[in-house]
Design a protein around this ligand. Sequence first.
Ligand SMILES: N[C@@H](CCC(=O)N[C@@H](CS)C(=O)NCC(=O)O)C(=O)O
Length: 206
Amino acid sequence: MFTLYAKNGTCSMAVHVLLNELNQPVTMIPHTVGDKVNPELLKINPRGQVPVLKKDDMLMREGGAMLTWLCDEYNSPLLPRKGAERANVLQWLMFANATLHPAYARAFFVMRNAQADKDAMLKTAVEAIQIMWNEVEEQLQKTDYVCGKECCVADILLTVIANWSQYIPMPISYGAKTKAMFSRVIARPSYQKAIEVEQVEYKAAA
Ligand SMILES: N[C@@H](CCC(=O)N[C@@H](CS)C(=O)NCC(=O)O)C(=O)O
């Protein structure tokens, strides 16, 4: 049985959705207790960040690693085992995890911390995010999902991250193909179950 330290709607949600895809039962442990970071989480991740995944003696940090490892461990079609197809899915997974996720983190950092020039800094951060969603839309001109006809693990993480735009007070838009991809991903039973457990309102597909 897996234990997932998680915060509703954040990047840990992608790991939650994937565990549902794999029919793996999971105990969810909240990131926050009262108004403080869960001391149990701080003991295993001094950064106080989620996701952290535990099973028996195994403890993992870094969501991208979890998504990759879980797909491999359970032989999931969401990440092909080898070849150019695997390379392509890994490329889009890392785009989501290591390029798009930090771009949102920059915007949130500005919102929380900037004193002078806050609007200009946020505008720059949002423009960078928009360029990335335009890239996704361009890719989706050719395929239903970023790596082809079938959903892959990268689509799941992209769909989770897109829903963070609602917390940024400047518009971020998605193309029609991108919104159609989000709609297909959130319609999956695995995603619906995570939405229900995490009490997330999904807005990015509208
Ligand atoms: N590189 C890390 C980033 C983790 C991360 O930024 N987690 C955020 C949620 S998306 C978090 O824990 N935020 C809570 C906080 O920092 O208080 C990963 O991919 O696991």
